[in-house]
Design a protein around this ligand. Structure first.
Ligand SMILES: [Zn+2]
Length: 383
């Protein structure tokens, strides 16, 4: 059995070991067993460690049949002494995320009684799924409390509980575990069964930043960032805010109000544009009034305006086609109070390279730019 150095010293990032076994997994990969290792195998939601064993790169680490299996990209000779190096930056960040998760989950459990039923360290954020709902404000309160636990810099303890003693201790656990149980305790925040590696003191987490609370199954999914990840996130947000600040030329605390005003003005302008487009359309449709088949093109109509215009144009006609838009991408609306326009729309789209659909009395879609007289002639020939 491999001696697990990561439980004896979580901060050990270099070690010497003897290769016990090396078997080929495929053409370029081997599985290596050592007499002892500081490489943490994936488990309990924690990432496996990466790094090097001598000249070989460690690509993955798993636990199988009580052994720690290192997946490497080179053959290593059994019996040989080897020097192992762990990617410490990655491991330290993982420990920050993991210890931070314990604090957050422990506080949620103590405050609301909910369990963390799904813990995942993603490449972007840590997610925790709780089996009960908490609001964003409640999550913010937990975030504040969690950061206070970090500021108090309490030691993170771990110890083994035997079957008898475990009856006297309250702890969080995802599943029933037979035999000895490894407990990780953070005074004032959490006591939890865990096989992962943790920091020595809460202060090393740096900070916990709540970045999302969303409904998930019967509860919520909460996303957090710890340590350097939180700092990088803050920096990205700050950079974006600086850009916004420069764009609206206002004091940072007024940016939202200025943007709100700009959006309101934009909405009013859009409304005015639509009104003007409709007036233009009405002028253009005057010459169509006496015809049973009416076709109008109006550059200025946008969105729902095209359908509204077709509805008006169809009044008193057999069928009305309105096209709108500039360049090659032309919107159309086909309307009739007398017939189901869907079959003819299908043919229209085939002939004029478009797509569209809708209800019996009104269809909408896109076709290629086509002269109005060509469209009118085609419609007259096909209805
Ligand atoms: Zn854990």
């Amino acid at each position: 059995m491999t001696r697990r150095l990561y439980y004896e010293d979580e901060y050990l990032c270099q070690f010497d070991a003897t290769v016990r076994e090396c078997r080929m997994k495929n053409d370029e990969r081997w599985i290596v067993l050592l007499d002892q290792t500081a490489f943490f195998p994936e488990g309990g939601g924690q990432w496996p460690d990466l790094g090097t064993l001598g000249e070989a790169n460690v690509l993955d680490v798993h636990e199988r049949n009580g052994e720690v299996e290192h997946l490497v990209d080179m053959y290593l000779t059994p019996g040989k002494q080897i020097h192992g190096c762990i990617d410490w930056e990655r491991r330290f960040s993982v420990m920050q995320q993991h210890s931070g998760e314990h604090i957050f989950s422990g506080l949620v459990h103590a405050t609301f009684g909910y369990d963390n039923v799904g813990f995942h360290i993603g490449s972007e954020a840590v997610t925790m799924d709780f089996n009960g709902e908490i609001t964003e404000e409640e999550a913010r309160n937990i975030e504040t409390k969690a950061n206070k636990v970090i500021f108090s810099n309490v030691p993170i303890e771990h110890f083994i509980l035997d079957k008898e003693t475990r009856k006297t201790l309250e702890y969080r656990s995802k599943k029933e575990i037979e035999g000895d149980l490894r407990i990780v305790r953070i005074p004032g925040a959490d006591t939890c069964a865990c096989c992962g590696t943790h920091l020595h003191r809460t202060g090393e987490i740096g900070q916990i930043r709540l970045i999302g609370v969303q409904k998930y199954k019967t509860g919520v999914r909460v996303s957090i960032l710890c340590g350097l990840r939180a700092l990088m996130y803050e920096r990205r947000i700050q950079d974006e805010m600086e850009k916004v600040h420069r764009l609206v030329s206002s004091r940072l605390e007024n940016c939202a109000a200025v943007i709100e005003q700009v959006l309101e003005e934009r909405k009013n302008l859009q409304y005015k544009n639509e009104q003007m487009a409709m007036r233009l359309f009405e002028l253009q449709s005057r010459s169509e009034q006496d015809k049973p088949v009416r076709v109008v093109h109006c550059d200025e109509l946008t969105g729902d305006g095209t359908a509204r215009a077709a509805g008006k144009l169809a009044d008193g006609a057999r069928i009305a086609l309105v096209t709108s838009g500039e360049e090659e991408n032309i919107s159309f609306a086909l309307c009739s109070d007398e017939m189901d326009v869907r079959p003819i729309t299908r043919v229209l789209c085939q002939v004029f390279s478009g797509k569209g659909g809708g209800k019996p009395g009104m269809t909408q879609g896109k076709i290629r730019r086509t002269d109005r007289d060509v469209l009118r002639k085609w419609l007259c020939d096909n209805i």
